[in-house]
Design a protein around this ligand. Structure first.
Ligand code: P5A
Length: 453
């Protein structure tokens, strides 16, 4: 993409309404624009990051054997009356009446809708297990939407739902989700720690939240510092292997790590040596639930069991806050000059800065690097504007592309360009070909899969 043709409305001023750094940087970098309280338009660069996160989520869900689909945002109130949640959900639910006077709602979550789909089409235990998921906008009429996309009213969620014959199978689905979530967040350059939590309006008392530690996080958390040493890495996993998935769950959840909803000071003090006790704040980027037959029983989602008798299926639901993650990644990765995107989620792989726009040699060298990067499957953002070098550098630093190639007449005289890391600020002088080859090498591990849906 050439910057002269793109739509990147960066702001010079720091917007006064933004209280936390991710919100400020998303506005300044031209990623989002507030449409109304807690509701945002995703401008091109913000949208690009959102799509990258969606792709990672899809890839990891499909890898775990989960099936993508799409349900609508608007739902009929009748289904929610069946489960009993229509009245329970309270003021967070946006209720709408259509022209025929029918009660509708903008879905805050989809347990009822998916249970209805399941009961209409699945009748035998032989069709189990099944896990279906989608990535769709949700609406929760939060009393205090704030912090930009972190606590929106409209937000993008990946929500998945498992249907199993037995509790044991459903707990395997739970473990499978835990493993796939660990992989998902690590690919986004994040450490998200599973912590014992509370079921809230979704239900169930077996649930973990995934938290990214950050001072601006809305959740208060208590944990054994050893949990921050754990990484999933690139180990192999067989998602059908119950014992393997259970072992990962135990590895990642056996140490004390809880949100304030379930924190128990006595247990904390007794089980964690004082030097390892931590109290901090975190951003909740996902939550997994096992709730058994809470929805299947009242809604009649039964299958014929092996003995011919109908049994309600065991269910769980599993959510990732996709739009919130954009903010969470920025909270975890920025400096005073702007965003620093992890390679796995960056909107463009590298910026190209032309120090002397209009100079035939410099322009040609930039065009060649642009073409060569694209030929390697990389997407550069070429600053081909007439701005001064200082302004071009400031924009690149603000929008946070992990790598910058700087091209100027002086370097070209000796056949070199400069490759600079946004994270360390370190620069290397290389031939244009070597710079392209180096970027291809850096990004190779992040280009492995193509999105399955
Ligand atoms: C699990 C999937 C559920 O709704 N039902 C379907 C279950 N869980 S949850 O924890 O309530 O939400 C899942 C994730 O969505 C994100 N999230 C939000 N993101 C931005 N703004 C909000 N107002 C908001 N509310 C929830 C969180 O990341 C949460 O973990």
């Amino acid at each position: 993409m050439r910057l002269s043709r793109y739509f990147l409305p960066v702001l010079k001023e720091t917007p006064a309404e933004a209280q936390i750094v991710s919100h400020r940087l998303m506005l300044r970098a031209g990623m989002i624009k507030q449409a109304s309280a807690g509701i945002y338009s995703w401008l091109p660069m913000g949208f690009k990051v959102l799509r990258k996160l969606e792709n990672i989520v899809h890839e990891e869900q499909v890898r775990a054997g989960h099936i993508p689909m799409l349900m609508p945002t608007l739902q009929s109130a009748d289904l929610w009356r069946e489960s009993g949640r229509y009245d329970d959900y309270g003021e967070e639910m946006l209720r709408i009446t259509d022209r025929h006077g029918r009660d509708m709602l903008y879905g805050p979550t989809n347990e009822e809708l998916i249970t209805d789909i399941f009961r209409s089409h699945v009748s035998s235990y032989k069709d189990l297990p099944k896990t279906l998921y989608h990535i769709q906008w949700k609406f929760r009429d939060e009393i205090r939407p704030r912090f930009g996309v972190m606590r929106g009213r409209e937000f993008l969620m990946k929500d998945g739902y498992n249907f199993d014959l037995t509790k044991e199978d459903a707990l395997h689905a739970y473990n499978r989700h835990l493993v796939s979530y660990l992989r998902t967040y690590e690919r986004m350059g994040l450490q998200a720690i599973p912590m014992r939590a509370d079921g809230g309006p979704i239900g169930g008392d077996y649930t973990h939240e995934f938290l990214v530690l950050a001072e601006t996080g809305e959740s208060e958390v208590f944990y054994d510092s050893e949990v921050t040493d754990l990484t999933f890495g690139d180990r192999g996993i067989d998602y059908d292997d119950h014992a393997q998935c259970q072992a990962v769950l135990e590895e990642f959840t056996s140490r004390y790590a809880r949100t304030d909803e379930t924190h128990d000071e006595a247990v904390f003090n007794e089980n964690v040596p004082e030097a390892r006790r931590r109290q901090a704040r975190g951003i909740e980027v996902g939550q997994i639930f096992y709730f058994g037959t809470k929805y299947s029983e009242p809604m009649g989602a039964t299958v014929q069991g092996p003995d011919g008798k109908p049994v309600p299926v065991h269910m769980g639901s599993h959510g990732i806050g996709v739009s919130r993650l954009v903010g969470a990644i920025i909270e975890a990765s920025h400096d005073e000059r702007g965003i620093i995107w992890p390679e796995g989620v960056t909107p463009f792989h590298a910026g190209i800065v032309n120090l002397k726009q209009g100079d035939a040699g410099t322009d040609a060298a930039c065009e060649e690097i642009y073409r060569a990067l694209a030929a390697r499957g990389l997407e550069p953002l070429y600053d081909d504007t007439e701005d001064r070098a200082g302004a071009k550098f400031a924009t690149m630093d603000l929008i946070g592309l992990p790598w910058r190639v700087t091209v100027g007449p002086r370097g070209l005289k000796t056949g070199v360009v400069e490759l600079t890391s946004r994270r360390t600020g370190e620069s290397e002088e290389l031939s244009p070909e070597a710079a392209v080859a180096r970027l291809a090498e850096i990004y190779a591990p992040h280009q492995a899969g193509s999105a399955p849906v």
